[in-house]
Design a protein around this ligand. Structure first.
Ligand SMILES: C[S@@+](CC[C@H](N)C(=O)[O-])C[C@H]1O[C@@H](n2cnc3c(N)ncnc32)[C@H](O)[C@@H]1O
Length: 326
């Protein structure tokens, strides 16, 4: 009897989790389907740092392989690159029907329609189609669903939800291999965005070194071979000189493979740095300790990051950050 009750409970929990995932996918689709912004896509295409690193990594990973591009966008840039690098077959999967239609035209214009098939749908919902088009499981998955906070576009859950029938997640199966967000305490005053309690400001620049009160530390890591969907980290910095703690700068680093990485702390890219502003700035003296306790639930969409600050152990405010408009 006890075993039966336990089984029933387990089923309820599994059903609840499945329904929660479906709801997350629905919310993620709603964001991406409305978000067909030409200015954003042309900034991605014209980001020479991003494109150079991706093209080099794809040229190493794709030759002779079955490749899945998750979230190909309207120009199918990564899928076309994989085909040109000598992939055996490529599926370019795209959740936005309008972007998928444009991707089909881009693939034809690039002269690689015999290698690349565009499949419309969310990656979690079209696995069977992808495997049948590829003629077997994918060897390599390429994607660029990395937010200004790396996990906020749903990359971790998206990779975790790819079934084993679609890709065996071993070795160098994912480009990027890792996407990280790094964080440092900051002294920079700017008006908060004021979108319902969240107070993050997105800036088209690397975190300015002169505004930082300490070195950068790891806030989160999406490692394709070790996907952790709940992340908590604690950090502490000792302040070197009198200053004001206004919040924390965050920016991503995308490790494509063993040879190429895009470090948005040192190179200007299409990713923006995120200034997470405390409600009230706090004066700090040399020797004071700034603490940070950060949590993020990467299973859910939108991913919500909570950054709780302390100064000398006393609470200094919590900043909650999520993808704008999600
Ligand atoms: C940042 S854009 C990148 C486009 C292109 N891969 C590139 O690198 O230029 C991300 C794209 O992925 C799509 N997308 C995000 N998650 C997806 C998923 N799980 N399945 C299918 N498409 C997805 C979005 O609609 C969007 O077009």
């Amino acid at each position: 009897m006890a075993a039966l009750e336990a089984a029933a409970l387990f089923d309820d929990a599994a059903l609840g989790e499945r329904l929660a995932i479906e709801e997350d996918v629905r919310r993620q689709k709603a964001v991406f389907v409305k978000d067909l912004d030409d200015a954003v896509y042309s900034s991605l295409k014209n980001d020479a740092v991003r494109m150079g690193a991706y093209l080099r990594a794809i040229a190493r990973a794709a030759p002779g392989k079955r490749v899945l591009d998750v979230g190909t966008g309207p120009e199918a840039l990564l899928a076309v690159a994989a085909a040109k690098a000598g992939a055996e077959a490529v599926v370019a999967c795209e959740v936005s029907p309008a972007a998928a239609d444009r991707a089909r035209a881009a693939v034809a214009a690039a002269g690689v329609a015999h290698v690349v098939t565009v499949v419309t749908g969310h990656s979690s919902e079209v696995a069977g189609t992808i495997v049948s088009v590829l003629g077997g499981p994918a060897d390599v998955v390429v994607s660029e669903i990395v937010g200004d906070l790396a996990s906020e576009e749903g990359m971790a859950a998206t990779l975790a939800q790819l079934p084993a029938t679609l890709v065996a997640k071993t070795g160098a199966w994912s480009v990027p291999a890792r996407a990280e967000t790094w964080v440092a305490p900051a002294n920079l005053r700017l008006p908060a965005s004021g979108d319902g309690g969240s107070s993050d400001v997105r800036l088209p620049m690397v975190p300015p070194p002169a505004t930082l009160l300490g070195d950068r530390r790891l806030l989160e890591c999406i490692d394709a071979n070790d996907l952790r969907l709940e992340q908590t980290r604690e950090h502490a910095w000792t302040v070197a000189a009198p200053s004001t703690l206004t919040g924390f700068f965050c920016a991503p680093k995308i490790v494509l493979d063993g040879e190429d990485a895009i470090d948005c702390w040192t190179e200007a890219t299409s990713w923006r740095s995120v200034l997470c502003l405390l409600d009230e700035p706090v004066l700090v003296e040399a020797g004071d300790e700034v603490g940070l306790s950060a949590t993020a639930d990467l299973r859910r969409f939108p991913v919500v990051h909570a950054l709780a600050a302390t100064v000398n152990g006393k609470p200094a405010g919590t900043v909650v950050v999520k993808l704008p408009d999600s």
